[in-house]
Design a protein around this ligand. Sequence first.
Ligand code: PLP
Length: 377
Amino acid sequence: MISFNVPPCVGTEEKYIKDAIAKHKICGDGEYTKKCNAWLEERTGSPKVLLTTSCTHATEMAALLAEIEPGDEVIMPSFTFVSTADAFVLRGAKAVFVDIRPDTMNIDETKIEAAITKKTKAIVPVHYAGVSCEMDTIMDIARRHNLLVIEDAAQGVLSSYKGKALGTIGDYGCFSFHETKNYSMGEGGAILIKNEDMIEPAEIIREKGTNRAKFFRGQIDKYTWVNAGSSYLPSELNAAYLYGELEQADKIFDDRMNSWNEYYKAFKDIADAGKIDLPVIPEGCEHNAHMFYLKCKDLEERTNLISFAKEHGVQMVFHYIPLHSAPAGKKHGRFNGEDIYTTKESERLVRLPLYYGLTDEDRNKVIDVVRDFYKNR
Ligand SMILES: *Cc1c(COP(=O)(O)O)cnc(C)c1O
């Protein structure tokens, strides 16, 4: 069976993990964490990047830094992973869902303003499949209404919008290094901080509410508990794994992009015949080949394609069940305006196998399966 994901491994991860063990430094914020932070700062241009235990936790940190309180409202798409909403709902906020655009599956920026109330605190654009939301419009709305922007860039590592790295455009950006993402550490993530005044509060929240980071820099002679916080720093073992991958990020990027382009070319004629829809990359957006999806005619056709593929040894998956139709979404959220595309488009979307190291042979098999399925349709 060709699986839809295989966690990335470039071969140097084990060496770095062993090195961390040999140096007797396996808790957080050692050499490898610092190297990853520095690499991410350099590549994205962010003033401060801090590795976290997950993207979910990076988003929780952003919610804490944004001082989200019970009764606040946070605007986001319903077509996203649960973590986008969880981080704010945990602080007592209401998730206000806005419809998506059918072309990119991203939040429809033209529908955000109508969802703003006196209680709105933040907008959370999700860069689906590593393709940027319309950030100029979103940042303009945020500026005019005095709202924070927290980018869920879980899928957007090394993607950009008009030359700016995703995660660096809003007040905070959140990356994921989960095993299903382009670069991985098993479980992990990072928070990107734009406003330099928020770096110290972020360090404190991440380190159990202490000013330990300042202590390690020699700026104070003992560290103490200065605020409420949690533990959002990953182990050095995970950071060592990630560092191996970041060093070879371009190799991973090119390999994924090659598969993405091959898929696109192979299905272009089926799309031109009007049978399926392919991903759209708007002008000014450079994506990172995080995902290759296609959209079938409807739910029934998608179900048939997934079982046809399974019979032929190819795993294809769908996502997401829109959050507003899930039990927790009903309890903690509301959909603002009409659901024109969220449900309809999510029901036709299917993801094809795409990972670092996908062989030409396996990719061609996936292509054949899809082409066979659509031959007589
Ligand atoms: C993967 C993902 C997350 C969660 O990432 P974790 O690192 O597993 O917490 C959040 N949002 C989106 C859009 C994702 O794809």
